[in-house]
Design a protein around this ligand. Structure first.
Ligand code: F6R
Length: 271
C-alpha cells in the first residue's frame, strides 16, 4: 500500500485526479470505477477542468460507479446517478454508453446487483478504482461486518452512514436504508485501487485501514491485501497514523516522483 500524505487538501485532490488523467492518457479506453460523496466533489471539478483544457478525454472510457441507493430512481435528486450527472457526466456531455450505475429502482435489486457484477467482468474488469472512505471504515457501501470476499449485492446501511449522509437530504426526506454496492472482492479485483481521504473526520478510519488488522470491522482494511493500492491523504486525515514518520520518509509531502504536471484552474496546488 502506497501512503501519500499531502500538506493540503488541494494537493491531495490534484494527486488523485492526476492519477485518473494519467491512466486515461496511457490507455484512453480504460475501465474506471468511480465514487460519489463530498470528498469527490473537487476531484470531479478537477477532472472537468482538465478535460476542458484538453489534457484528458473520457469518451473512450467505460465507467462503473460503486453504488446506488435502493428504491431511489435515477432521476431523483438524491440518487447517485443524479450526483454523477450533475458533478461530472453532463458537464462533459459524456454519452450514456460510457457510464453505468446500478439501477436503484430495479424491481429485483439482488438480480440487478448480480447483473452489474457481470457487466464489470464483461468490460474486462476495472483498471483504476477511485474510492472514498466512510467514518466507520466503509468503502463503497460495504459496512463493517461485510464479507471480505463479497461481490456486488444489496447491503443495509449502518446508522452512522445514514446519519453522515443525511446532510445530502432535506429535513423531510428519509435517508434510504439499503444500497446496491460493489463488494469488497469486486474492489480488490481492480488493477489499481486509489483511495482519497481528506479531513479530520476520517482520521480514525484511515488509521484503522492502513495500520489496523485486516478485518471486516474496518472494511477498508481489506485494501492491505490489494496488489496495487494508493492512499492519498491530507494532513487532517493522516493525523491518527502511528507510522507517520515512516510514510514521510518514504514520500515526503506525498512526493513519489509521479505528481502530475496538471494545472487545474481554480485549484492550484499550494506551496
Ligand atoms: C460513495 C461511496 C462511499 C463514500 C464514503 C465517503 O459512492 O462509495 O464509500 O466514498 O461514504 O463519503 P464522503 O466523501 O461524502 O465523506
Amino acid at each position: 500500500m502506497k501512503v501519500l500524505i499531502f500538506r493540503s487538501r488541494e494537493r491531495a485532490v490534484v494527486r488523485a485526479a492526476g492519477e485518473i488523467v494519467q491512466q486515461l492518457q496511457a490507455r484512453p479506453a480504460s475501465v474506471l470505477g468511480l465514487a460519489t460523496g463530498g470528498t469527490m466533489d473537487p476531484v470531479y471539478a478537477a477532472l472537468i477542468a482538465a478535460a476542458r483544457d484538453g489534457q484528458v478525454a473520457f469518451d473512450r472510457a467505460t465507467m462503473f460507479n460503486l453504488d446506488e441507493y435502493v428504491g431511489v430512481p435515477p432521476d431523483h435528486p438524491r440518487s447517485y446517478e443524479h450526483y454523477m450527472r450533475t458533478h461530472f457526466f453532463d458537464a462533459l456531455n459524456l454519452p450514456d454508453r460510457t457510464w453505468r450505475l446500478p439501477r436503484g429502482d430495479a424491481p429485483d435489486p439482488a438480480a440487478e446487483a448480480e447483473a452489474y457484477e457481470a457487466r464489470i467482468a464483461e468490460a474486462g474488469g476495472i483498471d483504476l478504482q477511485l474510492l472514498g472512505i466512510g467514518a466507520n471504515g466503509h468503502i463503497g457501501f460495504n459496512e463493517p461486518s461485510s464479507s471480505l470476499s463479497s461481490r456486488t449485492r444489496v447491503k443495509t446501511l449502518h446508522r452512522r452512514t445514514r446519519d453522515d449522509n443525511a446532510r445530502f437530504f432535506g429535513p423531510d426526506e428519509v435517508v434510504p436504508t439499503t444500497a446496491i454496492t460493489m463488494g469488497i472482492a469486486t474492489i480488490l479485483d481492480s488493477r489499481h485501487a486509489l483511495l482519497l481521504a481528506t479531513g479530520a473526520a476520517k482520521a480514525q478510519a484511515v488509521a484503522a485501514m492502513i495500520e489496523g488488522p485486516v478485518s471486516a470491522r474496518c472494511p477498508a482494511s481489506a485494501l492491505q491485501l490489494h496488489r496495487h493500492a494508493t492512499v492519498v491523504l491530507d494532513e487532517d486525515a493522516a493525523q491518527a497514523l502511528e507510522l507517520r514518520d515512516y510514510y514521510d520518509t518514504v514520500h515526503p509531502d506525498g512526493e513519489d516522483g509521479q505528481m502530475p504536471a496538471m494545472r487545474i484552474p481554480g485549484l492550484e496546488p499550494q506551496a
